[in-house]
Design a protein around this ligand. Structure first.
Ligand SMILES: [Zn+2]
Length: 415
């Protein structure tokens, strides 16, 4: 179950974006009237948790802090401005981790303090909240997540630099939805080209071509085929040769408001005679040993890049998440069946072409997801097809049709 913990937290974080119930985060009007010469706030404990896609910062204060958030580029930074604050934190209590490579805090100009979160990728605050705790202290919870370059520029260009006091007028509840998708009613499909950067993936039997190049070429074809439809909009999780962790792929899909995630692969097997396409959906228990081995190999991606192991927050026991996940799984299976149906008689399939296993890139509890092994680079015939632009185009077209059929069936059922 450990595998699902991250996904559950992801959904919990998303649910936190919903308006807070009345009274959950009451605004302390009295703060505004406190004279400016009072003693500084004291931040007396802190915590940071999460992974390289979503990171949560928690700070406990003796009094209510009023915060304002700004962004700076080169490198990507999130600035959290506070009134004059004494940071009485232990040395590593909020040390760099998760999506932040550096975290600093301290006094700024007179009466002002700042926390600077530096990230390797564009990132934003997706929710923040100040809660009154029992005993009279106040807890600041700031949730951050990676965003696209585009979304980050919008935040940069849209911000104003009024002083903190002016900005706090709107503070109180969760603020600053950082990961906004364009909502024009389109059905959004995130197309995920497997591997990338330092993680080459598998290698072609005769040409030595890297899987990461095959998946990107195909992902571009598929995106074009999907974008040819009037109401479907496809987005790539990566559009160049770069490394993305598995949870970053899921987060990037969600940032774009994806209704579906399709992860593209073309692996190798020791049995070189095995060939054909396979469609995978997630399951705690693998359907067979081939599926289990492939999932284990795909899940290694993060370790290949030397990503430090992240301890995940405890799983949120929430029946809502459980129900969502079960419904999502049913939708994923629907889509897998549509793709297999579209391939029949057109594209070589392996025996039992719909299989399941514990792929980490398929763990979003609320986005139906499938992983497509287009064929095996260890098989010469498959390799030849995988590298053939005409074949790529044809298969991309079939998948796009399958997605359209999936969408019609979901809409017909009121989904
Ligand atoms: Zn792969």
């Amino acid at each position: 179950m450990h595998r699902l913990a991250g996904a559950a937290w992801l959904l919990a974080g998303m649910l936190a974006l919903a308006p807070a119930p009345a009274g959950a985060a009451e605004t302390d009007v009295a703060t505004a009237s406190i004279p400016a010469d009072v003693s500084p706030l004291v931040a007396y404990s802190g915590r940071i948790a999460g992974d390289d896609a979503r990171t949560r910062l928690i700070l406990d204060f003796d009094r209510r802090p009023e915060i304002s958030v700004h962004y700076v580029a080169n490198p990507y930074r999130i600035l959290i401005d506070l009134p004059d604050t004494v940071f009485a934190l232990k040395k590593d209590e909020i040390a760099a981790r998760g999506l932040f490579s550096d975290i600093r805090y301290g006094g700024m100009a007179a009466g002002k303090s700042r926390i600077v979160l530096t990230a390797d990728r564009p990132a934003s605050v997706v929710a923040s909240e100040v809660r009154k705790e029992e005993g009279g202290s106040y807890r600041l919870v700031v949730d951050t997540a990676i965003v696209t370059e585009d979304a980050f520029s919008k935040l940069l260009n849209g911000q104003t630099w009024k002083d903190a006091a002016a900005v706090t007028e709107t503070a109180g509840g969760p603020v600053l939805p950082g990961a906004v998708a364009d909502d024009d009613g389109s059905f959004v499909i995130a197309v995920d080209a497997g591997h990338g950067g330092i993680d080459n993936g598998a290698q072609g039997a005769t040409t030595g071509t890297h899987e990461k190049a095959v998946t990107l070429a195909f992902a571009r074809e598929l995106t074009a085929a999907l974008n040819a439809g009037p109401t479907t909009k496809a987005v790539l999780t990566r559009d160049k040769d770069e490394f993305l962790s598995l949870s970053q792929r899921v987060q990037l899909a969600r940032n774009q408001g994806a209704n579906l995630l399709i992860s593209i692969h073309a692996d190798t097997l020791r049995q070189k005679d095995i060939r054909g396409a396979t469609v995978y959906t997630i399951s705690d228990k693998a359907s067979d040993s081939l599926a289990a081995n492939l999932a284990a190999r795909e899940n290694l991606s993060d370790e290949i890049a030397g990503m430090p192991f992240q301890d995940e927050p405890a799983e949120v026991a929430d029946i809502l998440i459980d129900l969502t996940r079960r419904e999502t799984q049913a939708f994923s299976i629907n889509l897998a069946n549509e793709v297999v149906g579209a391939f029949e008689g057109e594209v070589k399939l392996i025996n039992n072409p719909h299989r399941h296993a514990g792929f980490r890139v398929l763990t979003a509890p609320d986005v139906p997801s499938v992983l497509l092994e287009l064929g095996f680079l260890s098989n010469k015939d498959d390799e030849q097809l995988l590298l053939d632009p005409a074949w790529q185009k044809k298969v991309a077209g079939l998948i796009a049709e399958a997605v359209q059929r999936y969408r019609s069936s979901v809409m017909a059922n009121g989904g």
